[in-house]
Design a protein around this ligand. Structure first.
Ligand SMILES: NC(=O)c1ccc[n+]([C@@H]2O[C@H](COP(=O)([O-])OP(=O)(O)OC[C@H]3O[C@@H](n4cnc5c(N)ncnc54)[C@H](OP(=O)(O)O)[C@@H]3O)[C@@H](O)[C@H]2O)c1
Length: 294
């Protein structure tokens, strides 16, 4: 489907927004040895946050000229943004700045999931709708939930208090390295510069929270259980743990999607795009099991 990049006369310039985030940093690591100019956009440009060879551009979303300066001369843009009430306005501002700067292709990190009022589904729907008003090429990546959200459970598992409102619903968690690999392929695709497309990205199969508890139990050599709670009980627990209402409701929204198996779809897209099978939840747990020890 995709044609890998060939050494070209001029080095394409790729701007990476969200370069210091989970997907963005894995993407930068995968692009840094390519014959490209890489520019990392950041609100806190600190050379230690990106590998050597990557330029840094300071952005302040309240100062549009910083977005225009950061994108000047860029051919392609990877667009990721942390989950925040500013996400819609900031991503739309970056899309507009990219179009004005002559960027030809955008690879946007979105999310899989049903049309919904839940954040961040509703935000990504608004940003995608804005992207659809442009004439440039774009690839929208819609991954399922990231497997590293399980890291949040580390301290709770260590204290035998892990649980939630996900019930026995299934979710096909994806490794952020696979999302980055798909983004890398899309950014290096020289064959379809004006194509407008979207992909659903998933891991190899859907699993439930009780199945994840079994896998962690095997790795730790002790029984770990996922305590089943109602959404109301879980909200109270989250607020009592010190989270604010915004974050508590985001996490409850995820539990609802998991409970309803709304992110249980399995696609072959990671393998088709990248040539390798998606990493499994079991692999991620095995690599990260130290996070779950007492
Ligand atoms: N978590 C999941 O399960 C999941 C699943 C599917 C899709 N997604 C989507 O993935 C995206 C997040 O990607 P990620 O996990 O790689 O990001 P992340 O690790 O949370 O990093 C956030 C990045 O966004 C940049 N950013 C700029 N303005 C920001 C602001 N106002 N608030 C927060 N961050 C800001 C940060 O850069 P500087 O600090 O350097 O400026 C940072 O590089 C979201 O759009 C989310 O909806 C997440």
């Amino acid at each position: 489907m995709f044609k890998p990049s060939e050494p070209s006369r001029s080095r394409p310039r790729i701007a990476v927004a969200g370069a210091t985030g989970r997907v963005g940093s894995a993407l930068i690591a995968g692009l840094v040895s390519e014959p490209l100019e890489l520019v990392a956009l950041s609100r806190k440009p600190d050379a230690q946050r990106v590998p050597s060879g990557v330029s840094l551009a300071a952005v302040d979303f309240d100062v549009p000229s910083t977005l225009h300066d950061a994108l000047r001369g860029a051919d392609r843009l990877f667009l990721a943004h942390g989950t925040s009430p500013r996400q819609v306005a900031n991503e739309i501002a970056l899309i507009d700045a990219a179009v004005a700067a002559g960027v030809g292709q955008i690879v946007k990190l979105s999310t899989m999931g049903p049309p919904s009022r839940l954040h961040p589904m509703d935000w990504h729907m608004q940003i995608e709708a804005h992207l659809a008003t442009t004439d440039i090429g774009y690839t929208v990546l819609r991954p399922s939930a990231f497997v590293d959200i399980l890291a949040r459970a580390g301290a709770q598992i260590a204290h035998d208090s892990w649980g939630g409102a996900a019930g026995d619903g299934a979710v096909n968690l994806i490794d952020t390295r696979d999302v980055a690999d798909a983004a890398r392929v899309a950014l290096l695709d020289d064959a379809h510069p004006t194509a407008q497309r979207a992909y659903h990205l998933t891991g190899p199969r859907a699993v439930s929270m009780p199945e994840i508890a079994e896998e962690i139990s095997k790795l730790l050599g002790r029984t770990v259980t996922y305590q089943q709670r109602s959404p109301k009980e879980q909200r109270e627990k989250l607020l009592a743990s010190g989270l604010n209402e915004f974050v508590a409701d985001l996490l409850l929204g995820l539990d609802r999607l998991f409970c309803e198996s709304a992110l249980a779809e399995t696609t072959s897209t990671i393998e088709t795009l990248t040539g390798h099978a998606p990493r499994s939840v079991a692999d991620w747990l095995s690599e990260n099991i130290s996070k779950f020890r007492k």
